[in-house]
Design a protein around this ligand. Structure first.
Ligand SMILES: Cc1cc2nc3c(=O)[nH]c(=O)nc-3n(C[C@H](O)[C@H](O)[C@H](O)COP(=O)(O)OP(=O)(O)OC[C@H]3O[C@@H](n4cnc5c(N)ncnc54)[C@H](O)[C@@H]3O)c2cc1C
Ligand SMILES: *[C@@H]1O[C@H](CO)[C@@H](O)[C@H](O)[C@H]1NC(C)=O
Ligand SMILES: *[C@@H]1O[C@H](CO)[C@@H](O)[C@H](O)[C@H]1NC(C)=O
Ligand SMILES: *[C@@H]1O[C@H](CO)[C@@H](O)[C@H](O)[C@H]1NC(C)=O
Ligand SMILES: *[C@@H]1O[C@H](CO)[C@@H](O)[C@H](O)[C@H]1NC(C)=O
Ligand SMILES: *[C@@H]1O[C@H](CO)[C@@H](O)[C@H](O)[C@H]1NC(C)=O
Length: 508
């Protein structure tokens, strides 16, 4: 069949009706869903549709699921109708924005759901008087950065990969190297237009539906479908320093690595550090590289005069000059370099980037202890160097807190996010080629790597945007939200989505 958006449910319905009347035998959930979507003349895909593969192939090739149908919505009314159809037939719903969920939750995280694909919601409009950007929930962050910059040199804090969608990223945290200055991506949301489980459509902000506004920022996947984001932009910094120092000798031994990280950590907690500094420590496998890098929102002269001497004095090794650099660039050039591609622009259709991976995370509000760092680097140097590891891997240890960080000014009364006091958020990411099977040994390796750090870090959490499908639901909710926020979310779920329409294997 050559049409892309079909109403194949009509066919399913008439076939069913000719055999046995719905009154005599209730349709099963999937049949009922397709029948309802057809009756309401909604644009949806089923497995026989030509566009099925392009709309359901997951970013994470390790976790592929088969939805019951995909609603390719262009209007709020269609989304509302689709949610009602799914709810009536007991079919779970998840939104799909950029599709980059680490657990493929935007494809369900299991078979048989209704996916609401938001890829057609691509408008970006900045109000010049308020600086508020009105952004469709299908926009990818590369296009977002370009769109708001073109409309008055505006900027938002968000992650690095241009293909990531605002839908997932802005509702589950969202960290970029300007977040210590501007906050998480989520913190810039001033209002949300959202379809709720009963199909109603509301605008939620601080004053109107404040409980929806709170819950959606941290747990949107369990509460509704955001159709439009209202985002408070900032004036783009005119100058950004892009910087990197490589310390090859830091991985010569476990004690060297511990001393190097502690040097970075002591520096990160020192009074020299201000909100303009973005910093991460990257550790990668084969080259055994230990790189400290990030951005500085300011001039290279200021950066070189204050930050650099303090950092280099704190780390007990000299950086390799050939693998170290600093350069002053403009805002868009800085984001482009962080994104690692030649442009931030992402085509509106046909996006097909993929990876085959398993990632875990550790968050902590306290400095990493000597014991935690020793176990972590011992694991790396024992099992992770060169070809010893069963999969490719890297660790990114991002500085969220420290002096001046905008994150530390907030707490979980602001949004459904436990991590405002986090100092570090560490991502441990393992990968193989998309055509390979991710080996069990690789899952074990990544768990071992993560546990080495987590087991010596009491009270640690995990980061919502690095969603980790290996946790059972209750444990997932505890590490993502903590007890207080989890309890508040559970109570709200009873009110806002008692039928558990918006669900995935780790939802509230
Ligand atoms: C290459 C890459 C780089 C990344 N870099 C960063 C980074 O620098 N910083 C960082 O913080 N994170 C980063 N991430 C993680 C990223 O933030 C998350 O994967 C994010 O959730 C993806 O958003 P999405 O819209 O693309 O995903 P999707 O898979 O579309 O959605 C993720 C989840 O959010 C839900 N959702 C999506 N849209 C909506 C909506 N409109 N309403 C309600 N629920 C919705 C989905 O149902 C799903 O449960 C990166 C991920 C990748 C793959
Ligand atoms: C429900 O109906 C669909 C479509 O006819 C069919 O593919 C599926 O197997 C049925 N499921 C059950 C549980 O009967
Ligand atoms: C906002 O300002 C920018 C440049 O300053 C301009 O290009 C754009 O058209 C303006 N937008 C509106 C809606 O007035
Ligand atoms: C940074 O400062 C050092 C020492 O003062 C100096 O040698 C170097 O040229 C400066 N680099 C830049 C890019 O300004
Ligand atoms: C959380 O933040 C709110 C608002 O800023 C403040 O009133 C409250 O005291 C804070 N709570 C804690 C536990 O710090
Ligand atoms: C839908 O749910 C919301 C939130 O609970 C509620 O405010 C609204 O009245 C409900 N609408 C209908 C039509 O039931």
């Amino acid at each position: 069949m050559k049409f892309s958006l079909v109403q194949l449910g009509c066919i399913a319905l008439s076939a069913t009706a000719s055999v046995v009347s719905p009154r005599e035998q209730a349709l099963n959930g999937t049949e009922g869903l397709l029948s309802c979507l057809s009756t309401r003349k909604l644009p949806f895909l089923v497995p026989s549709s030509a566009a099925w593969a392009s709309h359901t192939t997951t970013y994470n090739a390790r976790l592929q699921y088969r939805p019951a149908a995909v609603l390719v919505a262009t209007t709020t009314q269609q989304i509302s109708d689709g949610v009602v159809c799914a709810a009536q037939n007991g079919i779970p719903v998840q939104a799909k924005s950029g599709g980059h969920s680490y657990a493929s939750f935007s494809a369900g995280g299991r078979d048989g759901i209704l996916v609401v694909d938001l890829g057609n919601l691509n408008d970006i409009t900045v109000d010049n008087s308020t600086g508020i950007a009105v952004v469709g929930a299908g926009v990818r962050i590369g296009n977002l950065a370009l769109g708001i910059y073109e409309q008055g040199s505006r900027a938002l804090a968000h992650g690095t990969c241009p293909g990531v969608g605002v839908g997932g990223h802005f509702t589950h945290g969202g960290f970029g190297y300007s977040s210590r200055a501007f906050g998480l991506a989520m913190d810039q949301i001033v209002a949300l237009d959202v379809v709720l489980a009963n199909g109603s459509f509301i605008r939620a902000n601080e004053r109107s539906h404040p409980e929806v506004y709170w819950a959606l920022r941290g747990a949107a996947d369990s509460f509704g479908i955001v159709t439009t984001f209202h985002l408070q932009t900032s004036l783009a910094p005119s100058r950004v320093v892009q910087w990197e120092f490589s310390f090859p000798r830091a991985l010569a031994s476990v004690s060297a690595a511990v001393r190097a990280f502690r040097g970075v950590q002591d520096f990160a907690l020192s009074a020299t550090v201000d909100r303009n500094l973005g910093l991460g420590v990257n550790i990668a496998d084969n080259a055994a590289s230990f790189v400290v890098h990030g951005t500085y929102l300011g001039s290279i002269a200021a950066f070189n005069a204050t930050i650099v001497p303090a950092l280099l004095a704190s780390v007990p090794f000299a950086p390799d000059p050939k693998a170290s650099s600093m350069q002053e660039v403009g805002w868009i050039a800085s984001l482009t370099r962080l994104g690692g591609l030649s442009t931030l622009a992402v085509p509106l259709t046909g996006y097909d980037a993929r990876d085959n991976f398993f990632a875990k995370s550790v968050t902590t509000s306290k400095p990493f202890s000597e014991a935690a760092l020793r176990r972590f680097f011992a694991f790396i140097l024992d099992k992770g160097v060169g070809n010893d590891a069963p999969v490719g891997w890297f660790s990114i240890m991002d500085l969220y807190g420290g002096p001046g960080s905008a994150l530390g000014t907030r707490n979980e009364s602001f949004a459904a996010y436990r991590g405002y006091q986090d100092l570090w958020v560490v991502q441990n990411y393992g990968f193989v080629g998309v055509d390979r099977t991710f080996p069990k040994a690789g899952l074990d390796f990544m768990s071992g790597l993560n546990d080495a750090l987590a087991s010596e870090t009491p009270g640690h959490g995990a980061y919502l945007n690095y969603i980790d499908p290996s946790y059972p639901r209750e444990e997932a909710l505890r590490v993502y939200y903590g007890e207080k926020t989890h309890a508040r979310l559970k109570a709200l779920k009873e009110i806002l989505d008692p039928g558990n329409v918006f669900s995935n294997p780790q939802s509230i």
